[in-house]
Write a protein that binds this ligand. Structure first.
Ligand code: 5GP
Ligand code: ZN
Length: 111
């Protein structure tokens, strides 16, 4: 996806404050943080959202989910964190490249 902003970040074509990356995923700071720590964790592969996942994505999703607590620990979030993923217009999704918000510290109330 040439013009997807998160694909561009994953390819190193757009700037982001990356805190973790490996061959499958990247974690970077949200440009408009809504908590003291507000990261976005994404697959390098362009997947629109949870509805767009296929059977081939099982290992990727396991890796992404297992990485969330590791990244949180790296950030010193020993007391815990919140993950949110918005799916589709009905879920309030604004960027159409699947991402998990990882937040801690002054986290906003659930709506
Ligand atoms: P959504 O509403 O799709 O779940 O969340 C999209 C998130 O991406 C928002 O929290 C927004 O601040 C963040 N965001 C949008 N564009 C950029 C960008 O170019 N760089 C970074 N780091 N975050 C972005
Ligand atoms: Zn993308």
């Amino acid at each position: 996806m040439a013009d997807c902003i998160f694909c561009r970040i994953a390819r190193g074509e757009a700037a982001a404050e990356i805190v973790y990356q490996d061959e499958q995923i990247i974690a970077f700071r949200d440009i408009q943080p809504k908590a003291a720590v507000h990261l976005l964790v994404i697959p390098r592969k362009h997947i629109e959202n949870l509805y767009d996942l296929g059977k081939d994505d099982q290992q990727l999703m396991a890796h992404l989910m297992l990485s969330l607590p590791r990244i949180a620990k790296q950030q010193g979030l020993d007391a815990g964190f919140r993950t949110i993923t918005n799916t589709g217009h009905g879920g309030g999704q604004e960027v159409w490249h699947m991402h998990f918000h990882l937040m801690a510290g002054d986290i906003p109330a659930m709506q």
